[in-house]
Design a binder for this molecule. Sequence first.
Ligand SMILES: O=C(O)CCC(=O)C(=O)O
Ligand SMILES: [Fe+2]
Length: 322
Amino acid sequence: MIPIHDAATFSQIPIIDLALEDTTALVAAVRDACVNVGFLYVRNHGISPGAIAGVLAAMQDYFSLPLPEKAKLDIRSTPHFKGYNAVLTSNNDPAGHGDLHEGFEFGFEPLEGWLDADEVRAGAMEGRNVWPDRPEEFREACLTYYHEAFALGRRMYPLFAQALGLAPDFFDDKTRRAAAIMRVLHYPPQPAPDEKVLGIGAHTDFECFTVLWQQPGIQALQVCNAAGEWIDAPPLEGTLVVNLGDQFARWTNDVFKSTVHRAANLSGARRYSIPLFFGTDYDVLLEPIPSCISEDRPPRYEVVTAGEHVKAWLEAAYGHKH
Ligand SMILES: O=C(O)CCC(=O)C(=O)O
Ligand SMILES: [Fe+2]
């Protein structure tokens, strides 16, 4: 039996085992989570403990470097929105005063590095990554995790397609060179709750979906149900969080939910998390998928390309244009 969640009153995030052999049951569980919650945990996600341990150690070393060293690769001074952003320099909730986290951001890159012939493929939204000199293993540890999480993302698209009643390969030709941006995040402990300054203010993600690793043992992430109640989304052993973003909400005419969430680290210890945001190819038109429009549900959004949608968001979030 698949528990059916209610958008208004869900009080827990569904947990879905990707190793479930019964595809019909798996797809039904994914649909329920996407339509009613916008968040799910995945078990048997395929990301190895070694890749997680490696990136965690590397990011801990990186974030403990002095600020001026990290600021050499400030995201505002590098092309294509890649690099470092310091504590309180981003602000996800316009009503807030800044986010109490620092992060480092990069996109797809082969582990062995780009070949010259690949140069032209590193298109507008991708661009080259920038990497710090220290710690030495940072790039490799980040990219090792990236490629494993990227493989998980590729496994999710056919499930989302089937959850919408589409052929499993519906997204294949729309995600060939898909933007997939990863951020490693450090949330310093926050001494007391503060409505205006959270670790990350209330927001929705803007791409199709996000795969999120959170540090075990620290509750920080919360998800808002349709009744406006904040539901804890603690780290659960052996799982990752997957949540849907605005691009999927647009594309599915709000059949899939892009749910508001926030995080505050009141644990007294440092917290680390790793979101990887999956988009689509730049030129994909976010026209409502036919199975998501009906007489009762006329198209709700202006049709834009995925690239325009993401770029407008990034410019607003980081307050600059490239
Ligand atoms: O750190 C977390 O748990 C959430 C991060 C997040 O929501 C984001 O980066 O969009
Ligand atoms: Fe988010």
